[in-house]
Design a protein around this ligand. Structure first.
Ligand SMILES: [Zn+2]
Length: 242
């Protein structure tokens, strides 16, 4: 019993320490970096030139080498020799690619037949990274909409989802960003964006949930999908096994 109380006391102190430490530090967080570039939210976007990209990767390489030195990992180990460069390139060109690239080119087509029913694209891959721990978020996304004046190719929906996923994210905001963007280019009468994903920051660390069982589901509904219960049921019924 005494041991448990000690533990609670200890956790409490750690929380207090972290709270003070971060709150006091907040005013010191910079708004620009030492090259004069604006700092912006992890899941936001500003496209960069090829020169800026190369520069970013090389600067990161030296920092990742420093991190390895701090962690006492030798780069004489042949498996670690080029790791700083590999990791730098992976973050800029792959895991965080959606922060630095232009939006995908989207062509919309007129809804000539006045389609007034649900169009659903499912099985869209989500491969993202949580902004809290930079651990993998992996899952699937479904987009369903009833067109207004325009329709869009299903492959374009995948590109939109990918563009927003390839940033440090939280799943709740990812769904909203995807919905906002589709709304802005298509102005559909109804829209639903459902994401089902595994968060490896809950699997490989923290609460250490089992890989098979843990999943987070978020849904964003817009337009008729918000108010028309039978339409929403139809949508959710059609995607129930996704
Ligand atoms: Zn996390």
């Amino acid at each position: 019993m005494a041991k448990d109380l000690n533990k609670i006391e200890f956790n409490h102190n750690i929380e207090e320490f972290e709270k003070n430490y971060y709150e006091n530090d907040k005013s010191k967080y910079p708004l620009i970096n030492n090259l004069g570039y604006d700092l912006y939210d992890s899941n936001d976007n500003q496209s960069i030139s090829d020169d800026e990209r190369i520069d970013m990767i090389l600067k990161l390489e030296s920092k990742f080498a420093e991190i390895m030195d701090i962690m006492r990992i030798s780069r004489h180990d042949p498996n670690s020799t080029h790791t700083p460069y590999r990791v730098a390139k992976m973050f800029v060109n792959e895991l965080f690619a959606g922060r630095y690239t232009n939006p995908p080119k989207i062509t919309v087509f007129p809804n000539r037949k006045h389609v007034n029913n649900l169009i659903i694209s499912q099985g869209i891959d989500i491969m993202s990274v949580c902004s809290h721990h930079w651990q993998t978020i992996s899952g699937k996304c479904v987009v369903g909409y009833i067109p207004g004046d325009y329709v869009v190719g299903v492959s374009k929906l995948s590109r939109i989802v990918e563009w927003f996923s390839r940033r440090p994210q939280i799943q709740e905001e990812l769904g909203e960003q995807i919905a906002d963007y589709i709304q802005s280019i298509l102005q559909p009468k109804a829209l639903g964006v459902v994401i089902k994903a595994k968060h490896y920051c809950m699997i490989s660390r923290g609460v250490e949930e089992s890989e098979e069982d843990t999943e987070m589901i978020t849904s964003v509904m817009r337009g008729y999908m918000l108010n028309d219960q039978s339409l929403r049921n139809e949508f959710l019924n059609l995607i129930k096994d996704f």
